[in-house]
Design a protein around this ligand. Structure first.
Ligand code: FAD
Ligand code: FES
Length: 282
């Protein structure tokens, strides 16, 4: 069993969970993920690693409460245990001295971008971190990211922090750097990664995205996480989750994710009903 060290909602609907997993910590590299199980016989879900502490043997994930399992994880309290933390899984994000790198993060990707920005900075890159959210109250880990970035910029849809708008503001930011951006790394929802990649493609800036297709086993056996990258078929769990954003068949990826939507809504409703029923019987 894996002990929960910290569990808190850091901004509305976004949770930070830190668990003791000393064997997992030994091997972690930025960009990798873990598979968690919230309760015995529960579903396995992949979550990116947002931070870790090698001395204390803890792993942290930031997740959005969107369905059955994330709902259960969000309800955990420090001191409780979960049956499984498997990982680290996937390949690490390529870290090298690229020059100027824009790290673009939205949603839970703000968390998973942190170890990547930290490693890039350590490697001697000029790191420009750009965070995107609907409104100022949805940004988190600003202090942590500031520490590992040369510049920390914000884009909010309602204009309450930084530039007003969405990822479409990326060209303005690139222009302000004198156009000298050597790489863009995007962590966040599929829409952010897709739009970001479409923007950088005509500018010829290599763009790496962390994909989140549906995954089942996370070990390359089931084929559920397959994505088309250029002429090849790749399994995001073992060949990714990072891929060249200019090579991905985004429409296919979005279609495949939708395929499972109805199956996910039903268990969520059932779980809510069961919770409600327990509540009444208590
Ligand atoms: C490599 C990888 C890293 C990820 N990292 C994070 C992270 O750091 N933080 C975070 O909040 N989320 C992350 N996700 C997405 C996360 O796995 C899903 O949100 C989670 O599985 C939903 O489970 P659920 O039971 O709570 O919701 P469900 O009831 O199963 O589904 C709710 C919604 O989540 C989507 N979803 C369901 N299962 C998956 C899945 N296996 N992969 C992707 N999307 C799914 C569905 O399309 C649906 O819209 C990552 C996914 C992958 C593949
Ligand atoms: S999740 Fe099964 S092959 Fe990737």
């Amino acid at each position: 069993m894996f002990k929960v060290i910290q569990s808190e909602m850091i901004v509305p609907n976004m949770h930070l969970l830190t668990v003791e997993a000393p064997d997992v910590v030994q091997e972690i590299m930025p960009g990798q993920f873990v598979i968690l199980i919230a309760e015995e016989d529960g579903e396995r879900i992949p979550l990116s690693i947002s931070d870790w502490d090698s001395e204390n043997g803890t792993v942290s994930v930031v997740f959005m409460n969107v369905g059955v399992t994330t709902n259960k994880l969000a309800a955990l309290q420090a001191g409780q245990t979960i049956p499984a933390v498997v990982g680290p899984l996937g390949l690490e994000t390529e870290i090298d001295k690229f020059g100027t790198v824009i790290c673009l993060g939205g949603c839970y990707g703000i968390g998973s971008l942190y170890p990547i920005a930290r490693a890039l900075k350590k490697e001697g890159n000029r790191v420009i971190t750009v965070l995107e959210a609907r409104s100022s109250y949805l940004f988190y880990w600003e202090d942590k990211l500031k520490e590992v970035s040369d510049q920390l910029l914000f884009i909010s849809r309602d204009g309450t922090k930084g530039l007003r708008g969405h990822v479409g503001k990326l060209p303005d930011i690139i222009n302000k750097t004198g156009g000298a951006v050597d790489r863009v790394i995007i962590n966040g929802c599929t829409y952010l990664s897709k739009r970001g990649s479409e923007i950088t493609k005509p500018l010829g800036i290599k763009t790496i995205v962390s994909l989140a297709p549906i995954m089942i086993d996370g070990t390359g056996m089931c084929g559920v996480c397959r994505v088309s990258v250029g002429e090849t078929t790749r399994f995001a769990c073992v060949h990714g989750p990072d891929f060249d954003g200019h090579e991905i068949d985004w429409n296919e990826l979005l279609q495949r994710r939708k395929m499972y939507s109805s199956e996910e809504v039903i268990p969520m409703r059932q779980s809510k009903c069961e919770d409600h029923a327990h509540h009444i019987s208590d």
